[in-house]
Write a protein that binds this ligand. Sequence first.
Ligand SMILES: C[S@@+](CC[C@H](N)C(=O)[O-])C[C@H]1O[C@@H](n2cnc3c(N)ncnc32)[C@H](O)[C@@H]1O
Length: 206
Amino acid sequence: MSGQVKEERDWPSYYAKTGFRPPRATLLRALDAFEAEAPADRPRFAVDLGCGNGRDVVEMLRRGWRVLAIDAEQSAIDGLLARPDLPPDPRLETLVSRFEDADWPAADLVNSSFALPFCPPDRFPELWRRIIASLRPGGRFSGQLFGDRDSWVGRQGITFLSRTQLDAILDRLTIEHLEEEEDDGTTPRGTPKHWHIWHIVVRKPN
Ligand SMILES: C[S@@+](CC[C@H](N)C(=O)[O-])C[C@H]1O[C@@H](n2cnc3c(N)ncnc32)[C@H](O)[C@@H]1O
């Protein structure tokens, strides 16, 4: 594919196809779980890693959260800030950065929908350690990781986790939702793909 952007890196076309879809089910589960607990005495704070055009960010703001939205692509943040359904909002901060190089404050929720797999495997353990360390007691992670039977296995710079590896990283967290999706489908841009995805919502103990 020399001279062409590989599909999994062509984020602008991804945003065009999916940016205005509803929020992810994993995010909704995490937000609902917080809402089922005692009300917080301050606005809750979330970090969205690989926010894209902000389909999840908009929902968090709608539910009263403060949000730090991080994405490596300037066009993701530009698209987020230009959304017609998102008026200027002082509760939203943005950062253009690769998440493995970014710092963020302690958070109630770290959300990363379909983005964390794009951390290179050699940097993933440290990134995951920092995600969990950044969660306040009772905080949650919601998002997706790719499984080891995904048809993209072997592509450079993408992390895939077997069930055993997943169990190891989720150790000491309370698993509130863990769904394994494995099916033949197409990418949002219409290319056939065997998907193997872990959909995850976990809580850090108090
Ligand atoms: C598949 S899109 C998902 C976007 C959005 N979270 C959603 O659910 O629609 C992946 C996003 O992660 C971003 N991304 C990929 N690798 C990244 C990295 N290492 N650091 C920060 N963002 C990254 C891409 O720019 C893209 O916006």
